[in-house]
Write a protein that binds this ligand. Sequence first.
Ligand code: FES
Length: 257
Amino acid sequence: MKSTTYSEKVMDHFRNPRNVGILEGKHVAKGKVGNPVCGDLMEFTIKVKDNRIDDIKFKTFGCGSAVATASMITELAKGKTLEEALKITRKDVADELDGLPPIKMHCSNLAADALRDAIKNYQNKQKFKTEAEKDAKGDQKVILGEKEFLNNGVYHEAKNLSRFKEKRTLVLDRGVKSLELALSISQQSPRVVFLTPSKALSADEELKTKIKQSDVKILYESRLLEIMGLNTVEKVKIHDLNEDDEYELFMDAVVIL
Ligand code: FES
């Protein structure tokens, strides 16, 4: 193909792009990328059902080739499993379009990358959900130091709230009860942290509002890995599930209901 000519298929998808728009609602994930060559943008949303792409839409501020490749890739990806869709390459898209002018090949990166980004985001979302569900079922991973510091900074109950007076206290998400407890402890100390593997709090609106108005700091998408100190709790190691990063926080007490 010459550097300036477009195939019939490219022209067709450019003039009548398929699946333009944005999807919303449950089981939807978004992918957004920019083209480093020209600075144009591409956004894909996918709706997943039984691990297959049930619906897909795109929006772009790209050129005609970007529109045509995005339109074609939506047709290629629809109905595929996430694993199959991840394997779609820019070459596959260009081939389906009967080729793209060589100087426009970079435009086809946008659609393939945005689709991949949407799939990865969906898979990450599912991973966090599974982690949160496991925790809710009590299928927690071992927390190093939990036994060692039991009743010496680590507590499995919190009947004696005055024990937390002015203490930096970490409360692990064990459902609504633990959230209510974090709220009660915040009456004793302004430094209460609530740690949850979830992206959002599972509580009714009233409790969420109270938490918002309190001093309780929420750490989302996080897991407690280790409790450390000499004779009593001094700090904890946290795993940020979103960034896949680990860091330490100074704490005096940890409550694990
Ligand atoms: Fe930017 Fe084609 S020139 S996407």
